[in-house]
Design a protein around this ligand. Structure first.
Ligand code: CP
Length: 323
């Protein structure tokens, strides 16, 4: 569907571009999203509802989601646009044998942009290649989740007032996590921080990725034991051991309880620590931690809304109101 927006495509703007990878964004583009998200939090609902009036956005979820799908769909509606789509590919003509490529081409007839989650690495890039409208990657396999990266950055900026000079620990499943490598890459673009990769040996970040990040100038220390690091961290970013990424159920069962954060763990942390998690959690953060001031994960999920409103309005060319 052709865009009728008055937005302009300049070297720095996100207008009419796909968002497939956080690696594709410049520092200025990331900062634009964060600034626009902050404006979204201050805009009155009636002003927000005019931003994308008469637009349609397709929400195509080939893999389960709670936060990403619902916050995107709420953001689309808050901006005054219509949402179409599906959250289960079994209700589509893919079941009759239609190709992924034709499916994406068809959706472009009905929508000004596509938000898509897919279980297979690389399918967001493939969709962007097929589509005549911008594609926003809402997670592709174990590869990337750029809008999660942006809401994580927004959360850190709001919490600390800066994206620089922080000691940040990443805990759990670093091998299959699609959020961590992109977040470290983006943080390193924006500031000078220290990163601690803490994981069981079997779930360590791939050596090649760690080396690439180090090559970009990231200061990374690796270890298996949280107690060696917890006292010095400003942020502890916990990830779920993801059952759906394991070939062997026995291996998953062996590793799933590797780390459990409870009040005792946080007694050894800074009072100002931000405990983050992209969610969903299973049992890696105990429920009794939720009431502590360090618990940041529900705020983090809440920030999905203004950040996704910002992304949609920048890509579809809406006006964001006064500063
Ligand atoms: N954080 C995140 O992507 O959550 P969902 O899988 O529920 O969308």
């Amino acid at each position: 569907m052709p865009s009728t927006s008055t937005g302009k495509k300049t070297a720095h703007s996100l207008f009419n571009r796909s968002l497939v990878s956080i690696y594709d964004l410049s520092k200025q583009q990331i900062l634009d999203v964060l600034t626009t998200a902050s404006k979204m939090e201050r805009l009155k609902p009636e002003a927000k509802a005019k931003i994308l009036a008469h637009k349609t956005v397709a929400s195509l979820f080939f893999e389960p989601s709670t936060r990403t799908r619902l916050s995107f769909e709420a953001a689309i509606q808050n901006l005054g646009a219509n949402v179409i789509g599906f959250s289960d590919e079994n209700v589509t003509s893919l079941k009759k044998g239609e190709s992924f490529s034709d499916t994406i081409k068809m959706v472009c007839n009905y929508a000004h942009a596509i938000v898509m989650r897919h279980p297979i690495t690389g399918h967001a890039r493939i969709a962007a290649g097929e589509a005549s409208v911008p594609v926003i990657n809402a997670g592709d396999g174990t590869n990337e989740h750029p809008t999660q990266n942006l809401l994580d950055l927004y959360t850190i900026k709001k919490r600390f007032g800066r994206l620089n000079g922080l000691k940040i620990g990443f805990l759990g499943d670093l091998k299959f996590s699609r959020t961590i490598k992109g977040l470290v890459h983006a943080l390193n673009k924006l500031g000078d921080n220290e990163y601690y990769f803490i994981a069981p040996h079997q779930l360590r970040m791939e050596e090649g990725i760690t080396q690439t990040l180090k090559g970009e100038g990231c200061k990374i220390l690796e270890g298996e034991h949280l107690e060696n690091f917890i006292g010095l961290l400003d942020i502890l970013y916990v990830t779920r051991i993801q059952r759906e990424r394991f070939d062997s159920h026995a291996e998953y069962e062996r590793l799933r309880g590797s780390y459990q954060i409870d009040k005792g763990t946080l007694a050894r942390a800074k009072k100002t620590l931000a405990l983050m998690h992209p969610l969903p959690r299973i049992d890696e953060i105990s429920r009794d931690v939720d009431e502590l001031p360090q618990a940041t994960y529900f705020q983090q999920a809440h920030h999905g809304l203004p950040v996704r409103e910002a992304i949609l309005s920048l890509i579809l060319g809406g006006k964001h109101g006064k500063n």
